[in-house]
Design a protein around this ligand. Structure first.
Ligand SMILES: [Zn+2]
Length: 142
């Protein structure tokens, strides 16, 4: 597994799984291995708010095109409605856990840039189906 390098970014993703479907972190990692040959994210937050570490702290992920160096990836389960349309489906428990992880990384790596997948240049996706900057500016409410 490639080395992550100095941490400079944290990118939030959704799994693009339907609202309310209890997909496990292990299942998401299995899909990623099949699709990309490796686990994509450092953390997956399940519907009940449980954060599962899916990559080691210094392992390079595969979650933002060619911008994975120094980039921590956090994915929440959900992100689309029953018809597959992008929707912020985060449960209160997931929001709480995401806020905790973001605050932990901000404390550990001062100056870390936190953004959504769609905020990276050239990304034509809705992921993670909510405005990360606006949510952080609002104090990361659950
Ligand atoms: Zn994404």
């Amino acid at each position: 597994m490639a080395d992550l390098g100095p941490v400079r970014f944290l990118t939030v993703h959704c799994a693009a799984t339907p609202e309310g479907r209890a997909v496990s972190a292990a299942e998401i990692s299995r899909w990623d291995r099949e699709k990309f040959g490796q686990v994509s994210y450092h953390w997956v937050i399940e519907l009940n708010g449980k954060a599962v570490r899916t990559l080691g702290e210094h392992e390079k992920g595969a979650h933002v095109g060619k911008a994975n160096t120094g980039n921590i990836g956090i994915c929440y389960v959900g992100g689309v409605d029953a018809s597959g349309k992008p929707k912020d489906t985060r449960t209160a428990a997931q929001k709480k856990q995401l806020a905790t992880l973001i605050r932990t990384y901000q404390a550990r790596y001062p100056g870390i840039v936190v953004r959504g997948h769609r905020d990276w240049p050239g990304v034509a996706k809705a992921c993670p189906s909510f405005d990360v900057a606006a949510w952080i500016a609002a104090g990361m409410p659950s």
